[in-house]
Design a protein around this ligand. Structure first.
Ligand SMILES: [Zn+2]
Length: 382
């Protein structure tokens, strides 16, 4: 095959093709009505070629040599234009391959270098992606895979890979609560008592609740860690980042943060659960987090007479910095006389601890459902 070399003054089918590519890339305005076959390589084309070369990091000489030709050829492919696959003897190259690599990377799969060449690493990453979306892992990027990629990529941006991995991990760790590592995070502590009403502090109450949950988890065969113990009054409470870091370090399967709410009026009351998520069009959220928040909320409401103040997505540090599903439970308002009376009753705290255990058991009962729900993530964004 002769090496292409086209420059100003040339014309013919190859020049027409160059003009066509540049037009599609919006670097050249193609006049309407002109026959493309005898269109010349004129000053406008040369300018467009230079602009293209600059974009691609080529020598901007305005001449279409082999490297520029190859790049122009690659640039004509957009993801979805053709079926992509790994070929041992001839590796596909193109902007569509690069787009595929970029998307896989964004979704938390490792396609190797993002170079627009469909090599073995890209194939492996694609197969892993396919396994995760439940399509045959044939390493073939065709219509079904495009659809799955598109569905996820449109809404999954910024920080989403860990949400996908979170669901993956959930699926792999298998069913049952036994063997799971659960971090319980009693809020505040030490110098930071949280809400204090009539000499009773949020920090003390959630410490007690955490201990009750810890005991039940141990009995169920899970490993429970607390982010803090009972701290001396002058010791600063661990920061949210510190607590999240601790959960990451012990490689927890799940983190549950325990708080009690308060309000300036005595009217607000009830229980609410929060999971990681952002709102808006490009919003993402933790599917597993949401599922656990829902289950927990249900179990607490079912077992107590606390008002159901619903579940909600939040971007709080403890939810955001944790690499595993994380939920924060705000169990009642210490500023509300009725809620406070309940919270002061050890029997009530025991009931809440029971609700936590049952909701965790339910969460780990059907890990496959959890995986599936995470894949509906884009549709479920509010
Ligand atoms: Zn609090």
């Amino acid at each position: 095959m002769p090496q292409p070399l086209y420059r100003s003054g040339d014309h013919g089918p190859a020049v027409a093709q160059i003009r066509d590519h540049l037009g599609r890339l919006r670097l050249l305005t193609l006049p309407v009505g002109e026959s493309p076959l005898d269109a010349p390589f004129d000053a406008d084309v040369e300018r467009a070629v230079r602009a293209f070369q600059q974009q691609r990091g080529l020598i901007a000489d305005g001449v279409v040599g082999p490297a520029t030709w190859r790049c122009l050829d690659d640039a004509r492919w957009q993801l979805g234009d053709r079926v992509l696959r790994y070929g041992v003897h001839h590796m596909q190259t193109g902007d569509d391959v690069e787009a595929l690599q970029r998307r896989l990377h964004e979704l938390g799969f490792d396609p190797g270098r993002i170079d627009g060449i469909f090599g073995p690493e890209t194939e492996r990453a694609l197969q892993e992606f396919q396994r995760n979306v439940g399509t045959p892992p044939d390493g073939l990027c065709g219509p079904v895979t495009f659809k799955a990629l598109d569905r996820l990529a449109r809404t999954v941006v910024g920080g989403a890979p860990h949400l996908i991995r979170e669901a993956q991990r959930m699926h792999r760790s298998g069913p049952g609560l036994a063997g799971k590592v659960i971090v319980i995070d009693p809020g505040h502590g030490g110098a930071d008592p949280g809400v204090v009403v009539d000499g009773v502090s949020e920090a003390e109450l959630v410490s007690d609740l955490a201990a009750r949950v810890e005991g039940r988890l141990g009995a169920a065969g899970a490993t429970a860690f607390l982010t803090r113990g009972r701290l001396p009054d002058d010791e600063p409470a661990p920061t949210e980042a510190h607590r999240a870091g601790f959960a990451n370090e012990v490689d927890a399967d799940l983190l549950l943060s325990l708080h009690i709410d308060h309000h300036s009026t005595q009217l607000a009351h009830g229980v609410a659960a929060f999971y990681y998520g952002t709102s808006g069009q490009s919003g993402v959220h933790s599917a597993v987090g949401e599922q656990f928040a829902d289950l927990l909320q249900q179990e607490v409401v079912k077992r107590t007479d606390l008002l159901d103040a619903r579940t909600d997505a939040k971007t709080w540090e403890i939810l955001q910095r944790t690499r595993m599903p994380a939920v924060r439970l705000d169990v009642g308002y210490l500023s509300h006389p009725g809620d406070a009376k309940r919270l002061l009753d050890p029997g009530f705290r025991d009931t809440v601890a029971e609700a936590v255990l049952v909701s965790l058991q339910r969460l780990y009962q059907h890990p496959t459902d959890v995986r599936d729900s995470s894949l509906r993530l884009p549709e479920r964004v509010r």
